[in-house]
Design a protein around this ligand. Structure first.
Ligand SMILES: *Cc1c(COP(=O)(O)O)cnc(C)c1O
Length: 359
């Protein structure tokens, strides 16, 4: 079977064995005679799968009872406003602006008319680094994006504020261990389609003591509280997405869990960054050292013409998804969990061939 090497930013690569298992079970889930897509979200079969998936998320992040795990819809993008509606408490919310995704979240705070401060920004430097800052102890919450998918930057370690921390982890979900207590995480979310399966389900982890902050005028379905009380079954959840998330998490567990995958991700990213840094200026990474993403490696070659040729020739060589986001341009290799070390080695070999024929 011909499978391409997939370096897409999202939706993105899913492990072949996960796809094959889904294919095997597609028309008759575990011999039940029906597809998982065809059964009630309130029936026994789905309910068991649903609760097992929640338990896997809890296990991966070592979550205590103080946290609820929700499977919602609307993507990371809906969370930009849903966090405001549910977590603002009449004081001041604080945001760290590290790229397009935090700009969009800040815009939602503006639209909602809440009081907020942008306490740090790397915008003047094209978001090439994660700024140093501290959230105020008394802020309603401090908001960050842990991995900036477009600019290729990532918090090496998350902040440890006294106020609840809100984390958009859309593009580094399940890529490394996160200590929720230590970072005082109040809400942690991400769409599945970067590192946890196909598009359609948004994973939201919220601390229960914050659930009563929700504003009076917030629609029932947008209240975390509604979905916490209903175990995410207030309305029909994205059942197939939850099924795929289940398969991805079991695959991840077989790989050794978050600690093991983090080590693998570091090895992959180091290989790529080290190669770029040693390319004699033929390739240049966008992100500064210390802020570099282990998930999205944004870089350029010597000219935009060469970048375009790179994307074309890579496709001929069976590698897709390497064009940079239109806001930054250049090139980007997304090397999520499902992209293996050997895939990254093949990319580096291609980069070397491309360099040598364009020196
Ligand atoms: C992709 C992405 C989003 C938006 O996700 P959607 O599921 O498309 O709404 C938000 N934040 C980050 C960091 C992302 O990478």
């Amino acid at each position: 079977m011909d499978r391409l090497l997939n370096f897409s930013a999202g939706p993105s690569a899913i492990a072949l064995e996960v796809l094959q298992e889904a294919q095997r079970d597609l028309v008759s889930y575990k011999g039940s005679g029906v597809s998982i897509m065809e059964v009630s979200h309130r029936g026994k079969v789905f309910e068991a799968l649903h609760n097992e998936t929640i338990a896997l998320v809890r296990e991966f992040y070592a979550l205590g009872d103080e946290y609820a795990v929700l499977f919602l819809q609307g993507g990371g993008t809906l969370q930009f406003s849903q966090t405001v509606a549910n977590l603002y408490n009449g004081g001041v919310a604080e945001y760290a602006n590290t790229g397009v995704w935090t700009q969009k979240a800040i815009k939602e705070a503006k639209i909602a008319g809440i009081k907020f401060d942008v306490v740090a920004s790397s915008e003047a430097d094209k978001f090439a680094y994660i700024p140093k800052f501290e959230f105020s102890d008394t802020a309603d919450y401090g908001y960050i994006c842990s991995n900036n998918t477009i600019y290729g930057t990532q918090y090496a370690t998350l902040p440890t504020p006294k106020c609840p921390l809100v984390v958009d982890s859309s593009s580094d979900l399940f890529s490394r261990e996160v200590d929720f207590k230590r970072h005082n995480i109040g809400c942690f979310f991400g769409g599945a389609q970067k590192n946890a399966g196909p598009a359609g389900v948004t994973i939201v982890i919220v601390r229960r003591d914050l659930l009563d902050r929700v504003g009076d005028n917030v629609p029932m379905i947008l209240r975390y509280k509604t979905q916490v009380e209903a175990n995410s079954l207030s309305n029909t959840p994205p059942t197939f997405g939850i099924y795929m998330l289940n398969l991805v998490l079991k695959w991840l567990k077989k790989l050794g869990g978050l600690k093991a995958v983090d080590e693998q991700n570091r090895e992959k990213a180091n290989l790529l960054y080290d190669y770029i840094d040693a390319s004699g200026g033929f390739y240049t990474a966008h992100a500064q050292k210390g802020s570099r993403s282990l998930m999205n490696v944004s870089f350029v070659s010597k000219s935009s013409e060469l970048d375009a040729a790179f994307v074309k020739e890579a496709e001929v060589a069976g590698m897709i998804g390497l064009k940079g986001h239109k806001l930054l341009g250049g090139l980007r290799a997304s090397i999520y969990n499902a992209v293996s070390l050997s895939d990254v080695k093949k990319l580096v070999e291609f980069m070397e061939r491309f360099k040598n024929s364009n020196l």
